[in-house]
Design a protein around this ligand. Sequence first.
Ligand SMILES: Nc1ncnc2c1ncn2[C@@H]1O[C@H](COP(=O)(O)OP(=O)(O)O)[C@@H](O)[C@H]1O
Ligand SMILES: [Mg+2]
Length: 363
Amino acid sequence: MVKRVGIIGAGQLGQMLGFAGRNLGVECIFLDPGDNPPAAAAGKVLQYAFDSEEGLAALAARSDVITYEFENVPVDALAKLPAGTVVYPPAAALEHAQDRMVEKTLFENLQIPVPGFRPVDSREDLEKAADELGLPIVLKTRRLGYDGKGQAVVRDRTDMDDAVDALGGSDLIAEQWVPFDREVSAIGARSASGEVAFYPLTQNEHKDGILSVSRAPADADLLEPSARLYIERLLTQLDYVGVLALELFVADDRLLANEFAPRVHNSGHWTIEGSETSQFENHLRAILDMPLGATGMRGEAGMVNLIGRIPDDRSALDSGCCHLHDYGKAPRPGRKLGHVTVVSEERDERDQILEKLANQLNS
Ligand SMILES: Nc1ncnc2c1ncn2[C@@H]1O[C@H](COP(=O)(O)OP(=O)(O)O)[C@@H](O)[C@H]1O
Ligand SMILES: [Mg+2]
């Protein structure tokens, strides 16, 4: 029998979940207020506000299980779902991911190493945080930040007034600035009956705060066991069901947790062609309590985000070991419009192709 998954949000993550569902005999249906959002290419969209009681009830009535594709779903909205509706990942995961203070405190409680952090609700708090943590500090809004938005680096005390003002004065978090060697992400999945799977660590490069290039496996064999341990602690503590991504800094051969996303993640897009089972398929498998798919590599994988524009000449983006994914969105500066996955037998070849793509996209 066809399984039905209701997804709150209909962006590109929803679209890729919907496409993954087709091979599994899973029908995805979406809730989103937008006109013709990307996921409309993959299933029916119920056009309502995310917190519309009517919309949520309609989604629940058509779904065996409900999930979401972005982490700023109002937790109150989930509470509006009819009694007995199954929602994965659990609301506790959303609550912890939505507030950077709550999130970092969870990491600390689970003995997952983090940069030093302090809550900041005033300029005085920031002064005190600088005394205790040292400078530089990254000041961030506790909620609703994404793609590097809602952040300011405080290098010395003369930056403080501007930083606090720019970010709204309160409900902030001060974090020690980490002089990291590189950034990686750990992606894991846990099914409703507790089966877990992990993808190899992915190495990520950001440009202007937005993920630009990912490579997997990250050359980080010695760090894999710790990363798995940290992911596993989160999955267990949150009684988690679905795919979870943990962003980490690598500094002096140590991992420091930055943030987690209770959903499929941009740094895991390479899994569509680069892994035996994509993160999207494994998310659906997890929430429908099907056996998880194998997470072995199909080669040396990489991904380049297509931000702001997709070149007219697409031939190089979709040939040989390059696979173009166009989300069908209207171009806008800074907007994620698609990505290209690269899978190659050789790491060097993959890196050359990634470099060529990056050059072509920036020309
Ligand atoms: N404490 C920090 N030290 C150094 N760089 C940081 C720190 N926090 C964030 N960054 C940089 O900013 C990027 C975006 O920050 P992040 O906390 O992941 O927010 P977002 O929700 O926007 O992804 C990170 O990927 C990293 O490159
Ligand atoms: Mg991030």
